[in-house]
Design a protein around this ligand. Structure first.
Ligand code: JHZ
Length: 395
């Protein structure tokens, strides 16, 4: 594989989901240089020097996919579509987190793989068949011997977290039926470029996929995309429906349309990414300006939804506790901790935004509609939100 050509430097970044407790505050936090590059041969966009999976995905992983209604609805809707269209007898999910997707199916039908054992335990406790393992040929062979092949494999926001894509698809080929369907879903690189959501890059997101990039890897493994759904979730994601090449399933027009969209935007050219990098630099400058102007007015600013994405923004733009008083979040494992790198306190979401708050920085901007609906009263009373996408602004 040829080398990546870096186009974006997001500076020194801590582990994106490593929320610090009080004792850790005084220790020196390890930081890693985060650069993003394009591979001109495969057209894959990835971060440089990925960290080991064990460092990021272990028994202390805080993220829960069940924390947003939007995610739960998306999983439910997909489960209905899967049952209707593909009628699978056996389903495997790679990266099953706290079971938000598999809980839509009968327990006998589904298998979950989740390497973060603190979360895997939750699903297992609820009676599901789960394995606290990383996805690789070893676990694929083990499950194949025990349970046989599966008819459908689903993976949301997980494949983009695994460095060795050849191992991923080799393992999938071991366990997927010849007529089986693979459904993978990750943030769309095209949407990331269009909306300047550079915060999709953090140490867990080794790749942000384009269709043209992922297709090159699938080709090597005799797999092909037969349908693409453009989703609104996480600021714009693509859901790829994939089959084995020797299967006769018809290729939907959506594949051609999406490919043409990407080529038209120039996603095969380095110059497109260089322009994006320039926009990111401007975005940083303008976001800092907004925070600076607000700080001069002596207003109270808090953060809402502390995300892996906001770790990138806060550390890249050097926005710390002098500018954001605290964050609120609904995730228990993030509460009473501090944001990675910038050490802003995180508190339990009290059910509303407190009266003394003037501005709210939206860390979970990807759930903007859900949050705006919940915070109607704050908005009605003149409360403002700060958002960095597509351009930094106060709304
Ligand atoms: P959210 C994680 O990224 C990590 P993050 C991971 N790498 C990935 O790929 C994506 O998820 C999918 C809170 N919240 O989903 C809950 C509220 O407090 O954008 C979460 O902590 N109130 C696996 O961290 C956070 O915001 C609310 O009303 O970027 C959202 O995190 C809502 C809706 C959310 O993921």
């Amino acid at each position: 594989m040829t080398k990546n050509i870096n186009f974006l430097d997001l500076g020194l970044q801590p582990l994106a989901n490593n929320y610090l407790n009080k004792k850790e505050l005084i220790k020196k936090e390890k930081k890693y240089r985060l650069k993003v590059g394009l591979n001109l041969t495969t057209k894959l966009v990835s971060i440089n020097k990925p960290l080991s999976s064990e460092l990021m995905f272990n028994d202390k992983y805080p993220y829960r996919s069940s924390m947003s209604k939007t995610m739960l609805k998306s999983f439910k809707d997909l489960s209905i579509l899967i049952n209707k269209k593909f009628k699978p007898k056996k389903i495997l999910e790679i990266g099953s987190n706290d079971g938000s997707f598999i809980k839509n199916f009968s327990k006998k039908k589904v298998i979950g793989i989740e390497p973060c054992s603190n979360i895997e335990k939750i699903t297992k406790k609820n009676g599901f068949n789960t394995y606290a393992e990383y996805w690789n040929t070893k676990i694929a062979n083990k499950i194949f011997k025990k349970e046989g092949k599966v008819d459908l494999i689903y993976s949301a926001n997980t494949i983009s977290h695994i460095d060795d894509l050849d191992e991923v698809f080799k393992s999938i080929n071991i366990i997927l039926n010849e007529n089986g369907v693979l459904v993978i879903e990750d943030p769309s690189l095209l949407e990331c470029l269009k909306k300047n959501t550079y915060d999709q890059f953090y140490n867990e997101h080794i790749y942000v996929f384009s269709l043209i990039g992922i297709e090159n890897i699938l080709n090597k493994h005799e797999l092909e995309i037969f349908h693409v759904q453009n989703l609104k979730i996480h600021g714009g994601s693509n859901r790829y429906f994939i089959k084995k090449k020797n299967n006769k399933r018809k290729i939907n027009l959506s594949v051609k349309i999406n490919k043409e969209k990407e080529i038209k935007y120039g996603m095969h050219k380095l110059s497109t990414y260089k322009l994006f990098a320039n926009r990111v630099k401007n975005s940083k400058k303008n976001l800092k300006k907004i925070f600076h102007q607000i700080s001069l007015k002596n207003k109270t600013v808090i953060g809402y939804g502390v995300t892996a994405k906001s770790t990138t923004i806060l550390n890249y733009c050097k926005i710390g506790k002098n500018l954001i008083k605290y964050f609120v979040d609904t995730t228990k494992d993030k509460q009473n901790k501090y944001t990675p790198g910038t050490k802003i306190p995180i508190f339990k979401y009290p059910g509303f935004i407190k009266k003394d708050v003037d501005y709210v920085f939206l860390g979970a901007w990807n759930f903007r509609d859900e949050i705006f609906e919940k915070e109607k009263k704050f908005i009605k009373n003149g409360g403002k939100f700060i958002i960095h996408t597509p351009v930094p602004k106060v709304i």
